[in-house]
Design a protein around this ligand. Structure first.
Ligand SMILES: NC(=O)c1ccc[n+]([C@@H]2O[C@H](COP(=O)([O-])OP(=O)(O)OC[C@H]3O[C@@H](n4cnc5c(N)ncnc54)[C@H](O)[C@@H]3O)[C@@H](O)[C@H]2O)c1
Ligand SMILES: [Zn+2]
Length: 362
């Protein structure tokens, strides 16, 4: 089984292929490339290749502005010119580093991406963004430089640790939920959970990427619809940061989604605001089921300081002087950008939601 579709982008369209077990053949078709790979694959790449492999550790410090020059020097020493093609093999860290280098090397060369994490497969592999850290500032610079080809081989997920699997699955759930009820029902039918079989994972990847395709084609540069995909991320980034990145990104987003639901439920109107939208309860139950599979989540959360998370929440770039900007679920079950006036009351409600969710899993 394999499938392919195109993503339209301002700089031309690019192809996405999903094919379990297809990685070696894909690489064989791209001789004389520069392969930028996660160090995890140092002794695991096929050997019958004339390409030059360069390995990097999948650490946040790797996708930083000061690592890019070292990569560019190595690439040049290996003889790369304007016609050279980069192949990124790894998760989001390797993707961001390679996309960034490919976008600036000789004013931009072609590259392709083989995601090896579920997060990469279901989410980050399409969209064309590179996000690079500068000192303590995460994702503060970057470029739009889509790959020529995205090749998803779901077999890579088999060696992925459980918390990393949960992380990617939660991002897929988020994308499908944001796309709408039909997408989310289709998502639920793949019975996603860490350790899932390759067949269901392949359809999960397909559903999630097709849902994300809708957002990025309608709003490539993050002006309107695509912003909705930040659902769970303001709370999530706050929790991820306050755990000093001990909690993986998608897992923190899962907690963030629950905070966002709790925040609305803790609002002034009596009764359950979501009584008329059973899909919201399905989302909550599903995220809860995934979170309960994550090893060490309880100990991570027990060590987390809610006031630290709250400070990080307040410093989110999307807020304005007078109001917080949040993606919340409306009583209809649809997500929407919502402005919450800043006050001691709203601040307290936000902090209560973080506290409630932290308490539920620690
Ligand atoms: N540019 C974008 O659009 C975009 C979108 C989302 C996230 N991101 C970025 O992606 C990064 C996170 O990426 P990620 O979660 O994909 O993972 P990652 O690249 O941080 O890797 C996570 C861990 O999994 C390991 N790993 C990767 N593939 C493996 C495999 N097949 N088997 C075993 N171990 C494997 C890595 O070595 C690492 O230890 C963040 O820096 C985030 O900012 C970028
Ligand atoms: Zn995310």
């Amino acid at each position: 089984v394999s499938e392919s579709f195109d993503i339209a982008s301002a700089t031309g369209s690019y192809a996405v292929h999903i094919q379990p077990g297809g990685f070696a053949a894909f690489l064989a078709e791209r001789q004389n490339s520069i392969i930028v790979a996660d160090e995890f694959f140092a002794s695991k790449l096929p050997e019958d290749s004339t390409s030059t492999p360069l390995f990097y550790k999948a650490l946040e410090t790797t996708k930083s502005l000061d690592v890019a020059p070292a990569l560019i020097e190595q690439v040049r020493r290996a003889g790369a010119n304007r016609q050279t093609h980069f192949v990124a093999v790894g998760g989001g860290v390797i993707q961001d580093l390679t996309a960034f280098a490919a976008s600036i090397y000789m004013r931009g060369i072609s590259w392709s991406y083989v995601p090896t994490t579920i997060l990469g497969m279901v989410d980050s592999c399409i969209g064309g963004k590179s996000s690079i850290n500068v000192g303590p500032y995460k994702n503060i610079v970057g470029t739009f430089h889509p790959p020529q080809t995205v090749f998803v081989d779901p077999m890579f997920a088999q060696t992925l640790p459980l918390d990393q699997q949960a992380s990617g699955i939660i991002e897929a759930a988020k994308i499908c939920f944001c796309h709408g009820p039909a997408s989310f029902q289709a998502y639920l039918s793949s019975e996603a959970r860490p350790g899932m079989e390759i067949g269901p994972l392949t359809s999960l990847v397909s559903q999630s990427l097709r849902a994300k395709k809708w957002f990025i084609e309608i709003d490539e540069f993050d002006r309107k619809e695509r912003l909705l995909l930040n659902f769970g991320h303001t709370f999530g980034h706050a929790i991820e940061g306050a755990s000093h990145y001990g909690i993986s990104h998608g897992v923190a987003v899962g907690l963030g989604i629950l905070c966002a639901l709790d925040f609305v439920r803790g609002g002034p109107s009596p009764g359950d605001p979501y009584a008329g939208a059973p899909i919201v309860q399905q989302l909550k139950d599903h995220i809860d089921m995934i979170l309960r599979t994550v090893p060490d989540l309880a100990s991570q959360l027990s060590a987390l300081r809610v006031d630290d998370a709250m400070e990080r929440f307040e410093s989110d770039k999307k807020h304005k002087r007078e109001h917080y900007t949040l993606i919340l679920v409306e009583p209809s079950g649809l997500v929407a950008i919502t402005e919450i006036t800043k006050s001691s009351g709203s601040k307290q409600r936000i902090q209560n939601s973080i506290q409630n969710i932290v308490d539920s899993y620690s």
